[in-house]
Ligand binder design. Structure first.
Ligand SMILES: *Cc1c(COP(=O)(O)O)cnc(C)c1O
Length: 393
C-alpha cells in the first residue's frame, strides 16, 4: 500500500520546492473583518465575504428559525422525495432579484456549472469558452462531450473569427464566460458577447459568482451592470461569496430551469442544500432587495483601498471590481510577502500557479463592506512596511 502511493510524497515535495505548496490556515472565529487564525487576531483580506453577510445576525436568525421549523437536512434528492417549500421560496426570490423568469438552486456554484453545461450541449455541439474561465466551467465543458474551442481572454474579435470558422460545422453552440474573473478582477465584454451570440445563433451563459452582490444596481450582477436583461440565456450564481452562505443557482428563462430539473445531473443525483443554508440564503436575497447600503459601502471601501495602494506604488493590475490583485510575479517572493503580512497582522493569501500562470503570482486582497476605514488603514500600513522591506515599492 505505502509503495503504490509513494508517488504522492515525490509530487508534494516537488510542489514545495517550486513554491507551489498550499498551506491551509485554521480559522477559529466567525467570518468578519478580523479573524482568529492559528491563534492570532488578524485583519481578513482574503475571504469572498464581500458584504459581510457570512456572520450577519439576520442570516443567523433565519437559519435558526428554519432549523426549529424544518429540521436540518432535505433527506433526499428533490426529484425523488419531493422538494421543500423553503427551496421553492428561495428560487422564487432569486428569480425576482435577478429579474429572470425562473431560478433553480444547486448545492454549490461548482455544481451549477457541472449541471448546466452537459445538459444543454453534447456530442455534435460546440462550446466557445474564455481561456481563463473558472475550473468548474472547464470541468462542465469536458463532461458535456461537446467540442471545446477556447478563445483568448475577453477578446470578442478573436471569438468572432473562431465563430465564423467553426460555428457552421456544429449543431448547437454555447458561448460561456466568467462574469468577473476572480484572479484579476476584470470583467467579460458581455455586450459584445451578446451581439455575437445573436449573430451566430449561440446560447450565452455567464458565471457571475464574483459579480452578484457586487456589480449592477444593488448587486444584481453583471447582466444588470450592462443592462442586458433578456439577452443572456443563462446566469450562474453562487451563494458562497457575497451572499455569505453556500449554494449555487441558475437564473434564466423558465424553460432552461425546467430542463435543468429534468436533466441537470447534480440536481437529479445529489441532495439539495440543507435547511439552514437555504433559509440564510433567502434572508441574504431579501436584504439585498431591500437596500443598496451594503453594496454601496463595498464600493466606497474598494475605491479608497485601491487609490491608496496605487499611491504607495503597488501594481494592482487591471481590476474593475473589489478584487485587488497585488502583482508580485515571482512565486517564492509572493509566498514570503504573504507570510510577512501575516506577521504584521494581515491575512492576505498568495495566489500562484496553477491558479494563475507561472510568473504571475500575486497577493489577492478581497475588500469587504464589513471593513472600517481604520481596518483598511491598518492593512495599508502593513503593505507599505512589507513592500519597502522587500524592495517591491
Ligand atoms: C467560486 C466560483 C465558483 C464556485 O462556487 P461555489 O459555490 O463555491 O462552488 C464557480 N464559478 C466561479 C466563477 C467562481 O468564482
Amino acid at each position: 500500500m505505502s509503495e503504490v502511493l509513494a508517488w504522492i510524497d515525490d509530487a508534494l515535495q516537488d510542489l514545495k520546492e517550486r513554491g507551489l505548496y498550499i498551506t491551509i490556515r485554521t480559522i477559529e472565529s466567525p467570518q468578519g473583518p478580523w479573524l482568529t487564525v492559528d491563534g492570532r487576531k488578524v485583519l481578513n483580506f482574503c475571504s469572498n465575504n464581500y458584504l459581510g453577510l457570512a456572520n450577519d445576525p439576520r442570516l443567523v436568525a433565519a437559519a435558526r428559525e428554519a432549523l426549529e421549523r424544518y429540521g436540518v437536512g432535505p433527506a433526499a434528492v428533490r426529484t425523488i422525495a419531493g422538494t421543500m417549500s423553503l427551496h421553492v421560496e428561495l428560487e422564487q426570490a432569486l428569480a425576482e432579484f435577478k429579474e429572470t423568469e425562473a431560478a433553480i438552486s444547486f448545492q454549490s456554484g461548482f455544481n451549477a456549472n457541472l449541471a448546466t453545461i452537459p445538459a444543454i450541449v453534447g456530442r455534435g455541439d460546440v462550446i466557445f469558452s474564455d481561456e481563463l474561465n473558472h475550473a468548474s466551467i472547464i470541468d462542465g465543458c469536458r463532461l458535456s462531450r461537446a467540442q471545446i474551442i477556447r478563445y483568448p481572454h475577453n477578446d470578442a474579435r478573436a471569438l468572432r473569427a473562431l465563430l465564423q470558422e467553426h460555428r457552421g460545422q456544429y449543431n448547437r453552440a454555447l458561448i460561456v464566460t466568467d462574469g468577473v474573473f476572480s484572479m484579476d478582477g476584470d470583467i467579460a465584454p458581455l455586450p459584445e458577447l451578446a451581439d455575437l451570440a445573436e449573430e451566430f445563433d449561440a446560447m450565452l451563459m455567464v458565471d457571475d459568482a464574483h459579480g452578484e452582490g457586487v456589480l449592477g444596481h444593488g448587486g444584481r450582477g453583471i447582466v444588470h451592470h450592462f443592462g442586458l436583461q433578456n439577452r443572456v440565456h443563462i446566469e450562474v450564481g453562487t451563494m458562497s461569496k457575497a451572499f455569505g452562505v453556500v449554494g449555487g443557482y441558475v437564473a434564466g428563462p423558465a424553460k432552461i430551469v425546467e430542463w435543468l430539473r429534468q436533466r441537470g445531473r447534480p440536481f437529479l443525483f445529489s441532495s439539495a442544500m440543507t435547511v439552514p443554508d437555504t433559509a440564510a440564503c433567502l434572508a441574504a436575497v431579501r436584504i439585498l432587495q431591500e437596500s443598496t447600503e451594503l453594496v454601496d459601502r463595498l464600493w466606497e471601501n474598494t475605491r479608497y483601498f485601491k487609490a491608496q495602494m496605487k499611491a504607495l506604488g503597488f501594481d494592482i493590475g487591471q481590476s474593475v471590481t473589489p478584487i485587488t490583485p497585488v502583482m508580485l510575479g515571482d512565486e517564492k517572493l509572493t509566498q514570503e510577502f504573504s507570510r510577512r503580512l501575516f506577521e504584521e497582522g494581515v491575512f492576505a493569501t498568495a495566489i500562484a500557479y496553477p491558479t494563475v500562470p507561472l510568473g504571475k503570482a500575486r497577493i489577492r486582497v478581497m475588500i469587504s463592506a464589513s471593513h472600517s476605514k481604520a481596518d483598511l488603514d491598518f492593512g495599508l500600513e502593513a503593505f507599505a512596511k512589507v513592500g519597502r522591506e522587500m524592495g517591491v515599492i
